[in-house]
Structures are given as structure tokens and as C-alpha cells.
Design a protein around this ligand. Sequence first.
Ligand SMILES: Cc1ncc(COP(=O)(O)O)c(C=O)c1O
Length: 499
Amino acid sequence: MRFKQTETPLLAAMQHYIQDGVIPFHTPGHKQGKGMHSTLEKLIGKDALALDLALIEELDDFYEPYGCIKDAQDLAAQLYGADHSFFVINGTTGGIYAMILATAGPGEKIIIPRNAHRSIISGIILSGAIPIFMQPEVDNELGMAVGVAPETVEATVIEHPDAKAVLVINPTYYGVATDLKKIVEIIHKHEMVVLVDEAHGPHLRFSSRLPIQAIDAGADICAQSSHKIIGALTQSSLVHCREGRIRVPHLKAMLQLTQSSSPNYIMLASLDVARMQMAVEGSKLIEQAIDLANWTRQEINKIPRLYCFGAEKIGNPGVFDMDPTKITVTVKGLGLTGAEAEKILRHEYKVQAELSDLYNVLFLITLGDGQYEVDMLVAALADMAAKYAGAYDFSVFESCVNTCHPIAPQGILSPRDALFGNTCMVPFEQSAGMVCAEIVTFYPPGIPVLCPGEGITQEIIDYCQLLKQGGMHISGPEDCTLKTIKVVDEYGENILSNR
Ligand SMILES: Cc1ncc(COP(=O)(O)O)c(C=O)c1O
């Protein structure tokens, strides 16, 4: 290794270029801020704008790195224990596209969890692969999907021995991790590639109190949102891989396919510096965040009618481990929906959550938080809990989530063919026997009931009507009342002008 973990070779090269006083006859057009409108120039600041550089010889080549970008990526690989790491400038979304494109081509099978993030479905649409879905376990008390059990993975790979890859989430948005090591062993035993959506896991390597990270569990490729949890700028992510089961030049080619030829150097530098920060003080910072989050969880659980799940869930189906820095507050005891609680917290207490669903509000505790922030959060939650006693009776939702189970529909077309086929809107009640051309998801539990390319059955229509009557929130379809649904129009009549 040419550089030490305490160094930032990419940032150093950028600073050297600026300090050299070069006159830039290259992009970006604002020329270090001089051509930018003063409103924006003042806001961003001259120093930052000078760092908005371009691909010139001494700043390396983003697609085929040989200099400072390669040095920075090599340091990331060393820190994360990967054979190779790559900087990604369109988030983990871009990383997921590349890893799917690199492993499952048109008509080839890829096994994924049914509660996959939309970037995974989009990656499959881009590649033309055929998704084989695995059902995650559901925690009815929390009203959410958790991890996919190793037994489910094993049964699916046995049923589909021709699948090219299996994609696993580690951990979920809410911090729940499945038994990744066991799952990797099962998948590799069946000669398939393991891909991991580790958007919420760029900090896992820095504490033994966190779930194992994908590369350490033996995964072949993973993508991490360095911007979500550690100190990189928004949209800056890392892809790590292990040699052996994948062709690294092919993965590189797919990363080129999915990324801009004009990378933002400030974002790239933020990945270089975030890596250095984690190498130098990552363990200390992450341990502090865990302590802070554990204290916060304890205090929230003292507030009547609120619940913040923790280690007591470990051992339940699909819950092998958890990331305690994710604070999920279940507010249904107040008779408020998560969305209502999120709005109250934002507008009455100036506290903004990461997201909410029907039962829960999620707060992220990271290396950017301190005692003041968590004190304010706990005080706001306590005040809200004392002040609000909403009118919702959650037993209607609960009986629905607990009693109805999604029925796995049959895949008729690839999501790509369904999306690019002729489509039309039909009354949902009359859609049995047709091929769905969009995603339909109910919250809770957030698992798609229908995906593009899947056959609609009367059973599915009845199930959806039940969830609708139960007042579940519908997400995904163009008509979010689900009175009508977009289907593949095999006769080419009533074609929607959607392309
Ligand atoms: C589970 C999961 N995977 C992938 C992504 C996409 O990550 P990014 O926003 O970095 O593109 C997200 C984003 O929220 C996510 O929650």
C-alpha cells in the first residue's frame, strides 16, 4: 500500500492542484465559482467551489483509475477487508444496479427478498433478469418485515438451482440483521453469488456490538451508503467485492455503465476523508453512538405507551442480530399513526425523524449526535405521549396484519417486459388472469403484494380488498386507491401513452 490510513491521497491531489494556481480551461463551467451566480457562490463558499474539479490527468480517471482515485479506493478496500472497493456517486442505488447487472443478465434468475428496496427492483428491470422472491419474516407487534430466515434461503436456492445470485439485505432500514454468515454458506454451497444491500451498514465493521458486515461474512459484492451513516456527502457510497466467484473487470464495467462520466470530486473526496476518519477514530465514534442510542432506547421505554424495540427481539424468526443505533419508536399505543407522530414532532418540537410507517417512527443516531440531541428527542417524545391520545383503534390493522398472509403470485413476464410492454388501466376487481405492470405494496407490513410481470389472481384481489378495508396505506400503483390497476395489454388495445 502506497499510503497510510491516516492519509487522504485523493483530497491531497485535489488540494495540490488548487494550490498550484493553475488557470482552468476545463469543466465545470463555473470555474471555481467565478462564473456562478453570487447567491449560490456565497452559500457554498469559495473553498468548496475550488474543489469542484474535473477528470484531468493528475486527478486520475474515474472509470479506469490508476492514480489518486485508485489509491483512495485501495485504502477503502484495506479498511473494509475487501479485495477491491469502488467509489460510487449515485448512492447505493448505483451500486445495486451495477452488482445486479454484473451477475444476472436478461432471462437469468436472481433470488431477492420480497421486501427489497425499489433500487433492487429497478436494477432487475435494467438487467432483464427474472426475480425469484423470498418472503421475509414479519414482526406483527411492530408491523414490519424483518430478515429472511436461512431456512427460507435454503429452500429457495434448492428450488431454483439455476439462479445466478442471491441478494440479501444487511441490516434492514430498522437495523434488523438476519444470520448472514449462515446464509452466505448456504448460497455458496449451491455455487451462487452473494450480493448484499448494505445501504445501512457502512459502520458495522467498527464495533463488535453491531451485526457482522457482509464482506466479513464472506459475501461476494456489497454496496454501502457511506452518506447515510458515516461522514460522506449525500449520494456517496462504496461497493466492496471479493474475488473468486465474480469477475471484477465485469463489475467495473457495470459500475461505468451506471455512473456519470463527470464525477463530482467533492463527493469523491468526501469518501476519501470519511474512510480516513473511520480508520483513525471509527471505533471510538461508533461505540459512542451505540452508547448514546442504548441510553435513548432505555429512556424512551420509560415513557408510558411508547415502545422502542431492542435486544429482546433477537432470536425471533428473521432477527439474528440488530443495530442498536436505529431507534424505532412504536407509537400505536398512543393511538397515533407513525406519520401523525412524525408531523407532530416536526412541527411542534422541531425534531425530524428519518421515516415513519403506520406503527413506527424511525430515528437514526450516528457519529453526528450528542447528548443534547437525544435529550431533546426523549423530551419531545415524553411531551407528545402525555399530550396526545389519538382516536385510532389499531386492533383493526393488527387483526389484518396478523391473520392475512400474502399469497405468492406467479411470475409470467420479467419485470422489464411488463414495464416496456403495452399497458392499460383496468378495474382492479376485474383484473384476475391479467399480468400486473406495476408494484402494489401495503403498509404494514411493507411487502409488495404484486410486482410487474406477476399474474393477478382472484385470491390476490380478495386479499388486497381486505387490506384496503382495514385502512392499510397503499403504495406503488399509479392509482393509489387501487380502484384500477395497470396491467399488460396483450391485445394492444387501450395502450397507455406511458413511453
Ligand atoms: C435498504 C436500502 N437499500 C438501498 C437504498 C438506496 O440507497 P441510496 O439512497 O444510497 O441510493 C436505500 C435507501 O434508502 C435503502 O434503504
